[in-house]
Design a protein around this ligand. Structure first.
Ligand code: BGP
Length: 481
């Protein structure tokens, strides 16, 4: 049942991308390498997926891309700034051409009445900082993140009102080897994840505080991967596992962002497991002050997950996504004595093993509102699939339309139940490099003609979902047919 017909008057419809996944031009106009340039070269060698050097070449197609977004009727566009395009060495001398690129992109958006929503950091730490001290391994990253944040806030303060500090902190913690270049020693040292998480909380807080100092009428958030963690059954042991997973994978981040504290049950668990991280004097004051400078939560929602009581004696294991698409498998996460992931047989999965669950979006939206009472912005949501470019230039993607339609209905139900949603920015505006499945797994409303093996001309085509989303936006969410 839908409870509201359309969306609030000032609601923004748009879509999202991130810099390293779409820009390309990895070493052009003064940009130096970031860790995703290196990580994606490794992925290319291991799985044959495209690397980040060209991806879908947004750097050279941005005007065309913005024009297509405007044609769909976008009112917002969430993108990230590429730290090493702006500050090639992480700190110090800025790169004038890199700085100019984002002025040009923002101007193009504003000329088309599209509100820019900027993520400061979406997985792509400058290699210079990784080589200097190991990136998130060292506390120095907190100051360097603040340096970068202050630089971009000052530079774009008259052009950008909506800022997101960090993309998917929980995913960085969970997939630390895919999101960071780290030594073998760190990879097998689970303690490192939680120390890095603490540094991210400090970096986030300092950036949020700086944003309020520098930008007039600023709106600050962070984009967090969220999912409801259901219990596999009503056995109290499974229910407890679901509760523990929600605490560790959702609230441990949200409590830091909005209450300035670490969730007590998770902190106690980490201590019990010998995974305690160092908190220096004054750190919690910074995190608390950061929480007072948060205006909204950005949420990325793709799927829900299911948890059962952990197998006694099972060792810690982190989730491995389906890396090959059709026929590929997921390895579920285990936190000893806390929870163990499992398949949810009530839901259907995508070819890439993401369980499809629009009700789960309503669930997380209402949970967030009930717990924190803050406005929410959907910063990602979408359907990754193998799309086919037909001879006549059309792309038929009914599965994507169906997925997005059902998630929009879930937002309507949540709004009727009191949730304030500022904007819907599904993933992704146009096709780009997936974090785990190359170009083959596509999310865009706009098809980009290239494959993992061939760069081709990256010509843009409108998918069926492009025209459908155009009608949704024109009716402010009323017409979903
Ligand atoms: C989120 C990331 C995005 C994006 C998306 C889809 O976790 O913020 O960067 O890629 O997931 O994931 P994937 O590309 O692995 O399908």
């Amino acid at each position: 049942m839908e409870f509201v017909e359309e969306f609030p008057k000032n609601f923004m419809w748009g879509a999202a991308t991130s810099a390293y996944q779409c820009e390309g031009a990895a070493l052009e106009d003064g940009k130096k390498e970031n860790q995703q340039d290196v990580i994606n070269r490794q992925i290319h060698e291991e799985y044959g997926y495209a690397d980040a050097s060209v991806t879908t070449d947004h750097y050279h197609h941005y005007k065309e891309d913005v024009a297509l977004m405007a044609e769909m009727g976008f009112q917002s566009y969430r993108f990230s700034m590429n730290w090493s395009r702006i500050l090639p060495d992480g700190v110090g001398e800025p790169n004038p051409k890199g700085v100019q690129f984002y002025h040009d992109l923002i101007k193009e958006l504003r000329d088309h009445n599209i509100e820019p929503i900027v993520t400061m950091w979406h997985y792509d730490l400058p290699m210079a900082l990784v080589e200097k001290y190991g990136g998130w391994r060292d506390r120095q990253i907190v100051d360097d993140f603040e340096y970068y944040a202050r630089f971009i806030l000052n530079e774009y303060k008259d052009e950008v009102k909506y800022w997101l500090t960090i993309n998917e902190q929980s995913i960085v913690v969970n997939y630390i080897d895919r999101k960071n270049l780290i030594s073998k020693e760190d990879m097998f040292n689970p303690k490192f994840r939680w120390q890095a998480n603490h540094y991210m909380n400090l970096a986030h807080a300092k950036a949020a505080i700086a944003a309020h100092e520098i930008v007039k009428d600023v709106q600050v958030g962070a984009a967090l991967d969220t999912a409801p963690y259901y219990a596999a059954s009503s056995d109290p042991k499974d229910v407890m596992a679901g509760k523990n997973a929600n605490a560790m994978k959702n609230y441990f981040y949200m409590d830091a962002y909005f209450k300035g504290i670490y969730t007590p049950s998770v902190l106690a668990y980490l201590k019990r497991q010998g995974l305690e991280f160092e908190i220096q004097d004054g750190d919690m004051d910074i995190i608390k002050k950061g929480s007072e400078n948060m205006d909204f939560l950005g949420i990325n929602y793709y799927q829900s997950a299911c948890m059962k009581a952990p197998t006694p004696g099972a060792a810690r294991r982190f989730k491995q996504n389906n890396k090959i698409g059709k026929g590929g498998k997921v390895t579920y996460e285990i936190q000893p004595d806390f929870y163990e992931g499992c398949h949810n047989d009530f839901l259907q999965d995508t070819d890439f093993s993401f369980p499809i669950d629009p009700d789960g979006l309503q669930y997380v939206l209402e949970e967030i509102n009930d717990r924190y009472g803050v406005p929410v912005m959907i910063c990602e949501n979408g359907f990754g699939a193998y799309d086919k470019l037909e001879k006549d230039g059309s792309i038929h993607d009914p599965y994507r339309i169906e997925y997005i339609r059902e998630h929009i209905k879930a937002m309507k139900r949540a709004i009727a139940n009191g949730v304030t949603i500022i904007a819907y920015n599904p993933w992704s505006a146009f096709d780009l490099l997936s974090t785990s499945n190359g170009i083959a797994k596509r999310y865009g409303f706009i098809y980009v003609d290239r494959t993992d093996d061939e760069e081709r001309d990256c010509k843009r085509y409108r998918k069926d979902s492009f025209y459908w989303y155009q009608r949704v936006i024109a009716s402010n969410g009323k017409n979903l047919e």
